[in-house]
Design a protein around this ligand. Structure first.
Ligand code: G6P
Length: 596
């Protein structure tokens, strides 16, 4: 996974490319590089974060160029393997996001033809392919080179003597930004918002020629594609830190508004405009990865409660191994980026199996939105921190909306039930704000427990997947080993791991699981582990069992995952801050995973 940008315009390209590239650092940050076309082709790369590139690169004159931030998949993160990668003659520079699966064969055959390689990457074969196909037209050379390439890609290519950037896309995201006397290219719209909000999304199989005054897109067969640009409503402010020390904290604090935006105009119109009318499905299958998978697991409880539709949840990368059943489920693909390759592959497989598909995505025009029959956008705004927060909470909102929609169709939900649901949904931003108001208390708790080696998270019923998500947040940003369990499973193994250095976070809201949760908390305390409980305001009992308690506003248990996860996000955030971790860019992980 990597981020790429391109610029074709009347201004000096170097700083613009760098500026856009910095906004893509969430996609990878082990090395980066830039190529600028002026009097000649200038190329500079370095190992490490973009700041290293910025501080070491020479001034490069020219108004065309490409740049890349890398997250290594093929070849170690070194300066040699950083992009752009050039051909033998240093005339063509290529940046790439994706994987060329037949690169070994290509490399061998190019070497036989006399090409010499200077990196271990799959990408470099493409520079040499373009070199050997070039007969004066860069776009044609790229199209011919692509005929020999298998795999996934977003490519951008420049060459000396041509005032253009040529781009190609297959399964990796690529968007063209339209400016006035200048045009842009990027893996993600957030990279370009400072310069333009008018975007054209490229589709799979397309190749584009971008000059300062024109954009030409060709489909696989070489026919010109006319596509209306879309105006993106996200602002630059949305994509910047706005005074917060980290994007993650900013995004946690944006959640009341994100929830509000996600519901806006939708809850009222569900009856007149249902998502699915007369749909012939008897069950739901939710497919996702990572945090989105946890939203799916939580969604199972929501959909089954609201619509009585049997729901199963599967990890995207595992779906392909499942045998097609006689059931004809509605397949719901959850992905904040809309680009996760395993989820895309699952969407295709589901369609091949003849199922109706719905995508729950945050990024407008992202790949998944073109693969599914219906899209529910989560409207969380851009999320830059690698750890998903506001996209998760708005995925839960999407689940409530979907549950209501199905519930009205299956008649499991009455008109009265619907009215009450709408009222409860509207209360959610306030319940979240209450948690945010306790950020200082949660920070103090994080200080108290920051030297923990392991942390366990337990919950029951709908708060079991929230325990899993709390554990994931903790491990990915604070590097404390976190594990989530259904509280009832503790005695089947995990109890053996408990000690005074392994605090246990227990979700114990007052629902039908409450008494059992108190029992589990007692089990934990008896083994000497400190317990941090999360319960409802006014619950005086809980403090007698737990060492520390965080209170959330009392709301119907079906909605408790929303404020509870905000507590756990803040806890993970402050633990990571206390431990001096690189919160927005944790090591070895990236926000958008476009490899299988
Ligand atoms: C990566 C990210 C996670 C995310 C997962 C799925 O692992 O680091 O935060 O939950 O991908 O991403 P998606 O875009 O499909 O929701």
């Amino acid at each position: 996974m990597c981020g790429i940008v391109g610029y074709a315009g009347g201004r000096e390209a170097q700083q613009i490319l760098l500026d856009c590239l910095k906004r893509l650092e969430y996609r990878g940050y082990d090395s980066s590089g830039i190529a600028v076309v002026g009097a000649d082709l200038q190329l500079f790369k370095s190992k490490g974060e973009i700041a290293v590139l910025e501080s070491s690169m020479p001034v490069m004159k020219g108004s065309f160029g490409i740049a890349h931030t890398r997250w290594a998949t093929q070849g170690k993160p070194t300066t040699e393997n950083a992009h752009p990668l050039a051909d033998c003659s240093n005339r063509f520079a290529v940046v790439h996001n994706g994987i060329i699966s037949n690169f070994m064969d290509l490399r061998e055959s190019l070497q036989k033809d006399g090409h010499t390689f200077s990196s271990e990457t799959d990408t470099e074969v493409f520079s040499h392919l373009v070199e050997s196909e070039y007969k004066g037209d860069l776009l044609e050379a790229v199209r011919n080179a692509l005929k020999r390439v298998d795999g996934t890609y977003a490519f951008a290519v420049v060459t000396h003597g041509k005032d253009e950037v040529v781009a190609a896309r297959n399964e990796s995201p690529l968007v063209i930004g339209l400016g006035d006397g200048e045009n842009f290219l990027a893996s993600d719209v957030t990279a370009l918002l400072k310069y333009t909000n008018l975007m054209v999304y490229m589709s799979d199989g397309e190749v584009a020629r971008i000059t300062k005054d024109s954009v030409t897109i060709l489909d696989r067969e070489g026919r010109e594609v006319k596509r209306e640009p879309q105006r993106i409503s996200w602002s630059l402010d949305d994509a910047e830190k706005g005074g917060y020390p980290h994007f993650m904290l900013k995004e946690i604090f944006e959640q009341p508004n994100a929830i509000h935006e996600s519901m806006l105009g939708r809850v009222e119109s569900l009856e007149s405009e249902p998502f699915f009318q007369g749909s012939p499905f008897s069950s739901v299958k939710i497919i996702a990865c990572g945090t989105s998978y946890h939203a799916g697991l939580t969604g199972k409880y929501i959909l089954e409660e609201l619509s009585r539709t049997p729901t199963t949840v599967q990890i995207s990368s595992e779906y392909r191994y499942s045998t097609a059943s006689r059931e004809n489920p509605l397949v719901v693909l959850v992905t904040q980026s809309g680009e996760t390759l395993d989820t895309m592959a699952a969407a295709r497989e589901a369609r091949k199996r003849g199922h109706r598909t719905v995508g729950i995505a945050n990024v407008m025009g992202s790949a998944i939105t073109r693969e599914v029959d219906h899209v529910i956008y989560t409207r969380a705004g851009p999320e830059i921190g690698v750890a998903a927060t506001k996209t998760f909470v708005t995925q839960l909102v999407a689940m409530y909306l979907l549950g209501m929609d199905l519930g009205m169709q299956t008649k499991a939900m009455s008109a009265q039930g619907k009215r009450s649901m709408i009222g409860q949904l509207r209360n959610l931003p306030r319940a979240v704000q209450d948690v945010l108001n306790q950020a200082d208390e949660i920070e103090a708790l994080a200080k108290k427990y920051s030297s923990a080696k392991d942390m366990f998270f337990i919950g029951r019923n709908i708060n079991y997947p929230i325990a899993l998500e709390g554990a994931l947040k903790t491990k990915e940003i604070s590097y404390i080993h976190g594990e989530g369990f259904p509280a009832g499973e503790l005695k089947h193994g995990p109890l053996a791991l408990l000690s005074k250095d392994s605090p246990v976070v227990a979700v114990a809201v007052k629902d039908h699981t409450y008494e059992k949760m108190l029992g589990n908390i007692s089990e934990v305390s008896a083994r000497g582990s400190p317990v941090i409980a999360i319960g409802f305001e006014g619950d005086t009992e809980l403090a007698k069992y737990a060492d520390d308690v965080i209170y959330i506003r009392e709301i119907p248990p079906l909605f408790s995952p929303v404020p509870v996860i905000v507590v756990l996000q803040l806890l993970a955030y402050y633990l990571a801050r206390e431990r001096g971790c690189p919160i927005d860019k944790p090591k070895n992980i990236a926000k958008t995973v476009t490899v299988e």
